[in-house]
Design a protein around this ligand. Structure first.
Ligand code: COA
Length: 170
């Protein structure tokens, strides 16, 4: 069974352990929980939860975003996040959706699965078109986005820009 679960302040050791196995930064995807103590991670969960609920956000520089864990057979194997809207900076790098699979679980189809499930969530959040920005040399992520209906619409010096229509999702 594969499913997305929304980040909760009650998340525990299974998610904490996975986040310690995922680098702090990889291909522009940040994991700020890497290196935290368990108590610091619980505090970090509260901040991430607030990011989703739009509690205490400053206007202009930071947009609401929701974090999800991908669970496969009751084990967390990766995470994804949805930014609810875009700024000019995010249009060039970052986009609406980011995703990462823990290294030991890669190459099993979870990357394609998590993006598919995140697109369904984005549709539920009312986001009709989703931007994904992918570093030029990130072949795995390009394959993930293309398999999920991504259409390449542009390129910066560092990234290709792909839009995905969420109307195709259930
Ligand atoms: C990108 C990422 C999420 C893919 O996760 P995954 O679980 O390995 O993906 P999948 O198993 O669904 O494989 C997706 C495709 O990538 C291909 N692929 C996997 N690893 C690859 C690699 N190192 N080089 C080239 N292609 C690769 C697979 O062959 C598959 O394509 P195919 O179906 O056409 O054969 C994962 O590599 C990751 O977390 N990377 C670090 C963070 C990141 O880059 N996130 C995306 C930012 S835009």
């Amino acid at each position: 069974m594969i499913e997305l679960r929304k980040l909760s302040v009650d998340d525990g050791m299974d998610v904490y352990t996975m986040l310690q196995e995922i680098p702090k930064e990889e291909n522009g995807v940040m994991n700020n929980a890497n290196g935290l103590s368990f108590e610091e991670y619980k505090e970090w969960l509260r901040r991430k939860y607030a990011d989703s609920e739009q509690i205490g956000l400053m206007d202009g520089w930071k947009v609401p975003s929701t974090t999800y864990w991908l669970y496969a057979d009751e084990k967390p194997v990766g995470f994804g996040s949805i930014r609810h809207f875009l700024t000019d900076a995010l249009r060039a790098a970052g986009g609406n959706i980011g995703y990462e699979i823990a290294p030991k679980y890669r190459g099993k189809g979870y990357g394609k699965k998590i993006l598919g499930l995140l697109l369904e969530e984005a549709k539920r959040l009312g986001i009709g078109r989703v931007l994904v920005t992918i570093k030029l040399d990130n072949s795995a992520s390009k394959a993930v986005a293309l398999a999920n209906g991504g259409v390449i619409t542009g390129q910066t010096n560092e990234r290709i820009l792909m839009w995905i229509d969420t109307a195709q999702k259930s």
